[in-house]
Design a binder for this molecule. Structure first.
Ligand code: THU
Length: 143
């Protein structure tokens, strides 16, 4: 269970991570903050590319940063996105690829996805709710 203050901090860090978004093509700026089981928070932003398809989402940037530093267990992620200085319009929901990448390293029944427009304005789901009947590492063990 995350405390209210932990959630607010995660949102704050996702909003701060947005500042580094490299998104000259879509102008859709996304920031993410991933809370590890050991308490560390890894931030990420979306990184676009002139060839378009190499673009990396904010959530995956955060996961890849963490895993490449030896951290593989996570409790929650906050995501904030939209055009303009502050997130506006609908919440930024993690894309299908990012949901699957998160699935690899979490307990989907417990892992929280928090989509935020501000510290006060957010919604949350478990990963199971966002990616039902998902394919995970255990599947490969059953043959
Ligand atoms: N984007 C993310 O960073 N996270 C998502 O889950 C959805 C989409 C980025 C990718 C691209 O740079 C921009 O938003 C528009 O699709």
């Amino acid at each position: 269970m995350l405390t209210k203050e932990q959630k607010r901090q995660l949102i704050r860090e996702a909003l701060e991570a947005r500042a580094y978004s490299y998104s000259p093509y879509s102008e859709y700026r996304v920031g993410a903050a991933l809370l590890a089981e050991d308490g560390r928070i890894f931030r990420g932003c979306n990184i676009e590319n002139a060839a378009y398809t190499p673009t990396n989402c904010a959530e995956r940037t955060a996961v890849f940063k963490a895993v490449s530093e030896g951290c593989r267990s996570f409790l929650a992620i906050a995501v904030a996105g939209g055009k303009g200085e502050k997130p506006s319009g609908d919440y930024a929901y993690p894309c299908g690829v990012c949901r699957q990448v998160l699935r690899e390293f979490v307990d989907p029944s417990k892992f929280l996805v928090i989509c935020a427009r501000s510290e006060e304005d957010c919604r949350e789901w478990t990963l199971d709710e966002m990616l039902p009947e998902s394919f995970g590492p255990a599947q490969l063990e059953k043959g």
